[in-house]
Ligand binder design. Structure first.
Ligand SMILES: Cc1ncc(COP(=O)(O)O)c(C=O)c1O
Length: 444
């Protein structure tokens, strides 16, 4: 028997009364009860109480297997004993100082040992700040005013990043091989749309033509190499290489936003593809579940931040840059993420993807599942998309139904998800079994 979305939402309301009460209370203080647009759920989100390993318990006492892991950030799961102990020990020694600690050097050294392109780096407090700084230093280094980004891609919420971020499909977007700059937020500084050139992912010929046409004014190209927010998609063979070549030849800096894609493996996506970007942006897993970010790359570019003996070209400050709690959590996380740990987790994810695809196939539901490292993305499309416009054809309605079905059955997913280190085959098989059960009630 099929179940409608209204029935699923009605069950969700019944099972989450405390969350509904908190949401109602939140509306008196927070606009729409919300302080992070990406986590808003209609009619209301569930409020978390605690997390342990692969699971999260909400305020109504529902425990769910968590395949979202705070938007991929929690690579070793929730409240890992090593992180809890490291944070407790560190908190007892003081949580923040007006000056550096040795921990920021240790985390910087660890990151440099995994990403050889990071000749020098600096810390900040979020991915948004990492991107903001990478773009600023690219402009300062090249003396050029504009940047190029890919259509649909998410790079946080600084002004240039809010151009063509998951725009609605339609004639406003312009031709597929020469996308228009579209505002994705109110309140952007005047001229933001004109200062951002938009590129189509996985189209090297179009990218080269656009980058050449703007070569005199472009400081940098920023790319999320797995297109994680614009629809998880692998770069086609040679695509990243061609971006590297053309940007080098035109004197533009290539920025990899590895805020999510660093999760792909020990050396991030740049390591897996053997590409050295000029600059890299990091956050999420490198901060071990605390609010931290980093950016860095070529020594000559990053020297603009160097304050020794002179005024730096860019005076980057931040009350919590290199914060000891962030650094210790990042170190405790990354020390566990050995090459073997990545291999085991990614293998589990690969099998999960195969089993999920088989579940959809045997239920006669058109879907494809993309697996990149420990991340997976379900598309209700006949094939895996190659760019934002193809990914945007996916069915929001079907995902909404599946998300609510899973929430009601003890699993959190969001158009797919990611694994965490504590997950075992029991956990992934539970998702596969529940997917099979859900498809028996599939109303589409
Ligand atoms: C690819 C990418 N870049 C940048 C960001 C912004 O990071 P933050 O939320 O830490 O500001 C995100 C956040 O999800 C992201 O996915």
């Amino acid at each position: 028997m099929t179940i409608t979305i209204d029935q699923l939402v009605s069950t969700y309301r019944t099972r989450n009364p405390q969350s509904l009460e908190l949401f109602t209370r939140a509306q008196a203080s927070l606009p729409g009860g919300n302080t992070r647009t990406g986590v808003y759920v209609d009619p209301f989100p569930v409020y978390s109480l605690s997390g342990a390993g692969a699971c999260v318990t909400d305020v109504d006492g529902n425990e769910r297997l968590d395949f979202v892991n705070n938007a991929t950030a929690l690579i070793i799961g929730h409240a890992h004993p090593s992180i809890v102990a490291a944070l407790q020990d560190r908190a007892a020694l003081g949580t923040a100082f007006f000056g550096p600690t040795e921990l920021e050097i240790e985390l910087a050294e660890l990151l440099r040992s995994r990403l050889p392109s990071l000749e020098r780096l600096r810390f900040c407090s979020s991915g948004t700040e990492a991107v903001l700084n990478a773009i600023r230093v690219a402009r300062a280094f090249t003396g050029k005013p504009k940047i190029a980004k890919f259509e649909g891609a998410y790079h946080g919420i600084d002004d240039p990043a809010m151009i063509s971020y998951m725009p609605a499909l339609g004639p406003d977007l312009g031709p597929e091989d020469d996308p228009r700059s579209v505002l994705s937020s109110g309140g952007l500084a005047p001229g933001t749309a004109e200062s951002v050139v938009v590129l189509p992912f996985n189209d090297p010929v179009a990218c080269e033509a656009i980058l050449r046409a703007h070569s005199g004014e472009l400081a940098a190209v920023i790319v999320d190499p797995l297109s994680t927010a614009a629809g998880l998609a692998f770069p086609q063979p040679g695509f990243l290489e061609s971006l590297r070549e053309i940007t080098t030849s035109l004197g533009q800096l290539l920025i990899f936003d590895e805020i999510v894609s660093f999760r792909l493996g020990f050396g991030g996506t740049q390591g897996a593809y053997g590409i050295d970007p000029d600059l890299t942006c990091l956050a999420k897993v490198i901060a071990g579940g605390t609010p931290g970010g980093a950016f860095g790359g070529r020594e000559d570019v990053m020297s603009i931040y160097d304050p020794t003996g002179r005024s730096p070209g860019i005076p980057q400050s931040g009350t919590y840059n290199g914060n000891p709690l962030v650094a210790i959590a990042g170190l405790a996380t990354l020390q566990q993420m050995t090459a073997e740990a990545y291999a085991a987790m990614n293998h589990l994810a690969q099998n999960l993807g195969t089993e999920l695809e088989e579940s959809f196939r045997s239920a006669d539901v058109e879907a494809s599942v993309v697996v990149a490292g420990s991340m997976f993305r379900i598309y209700f499309l006949d094939r895996a998309p190659q760019n934002y416009r193809q990914a945007a054809l996916d069915s929001g309605e079907k995902h909404r139904w599946l998300n609510f079905w899973m929430m009601n059955h003890g699993i959190t997913t969001r158009v797919g998800g990611c694994l965490s280190l504590p997950m075992t085959q029991d956990h992934t098989l539970r998702l596969v079994d529940q997917t099979r059960c859900a498809l028996k009630e599939w109303p589409f």
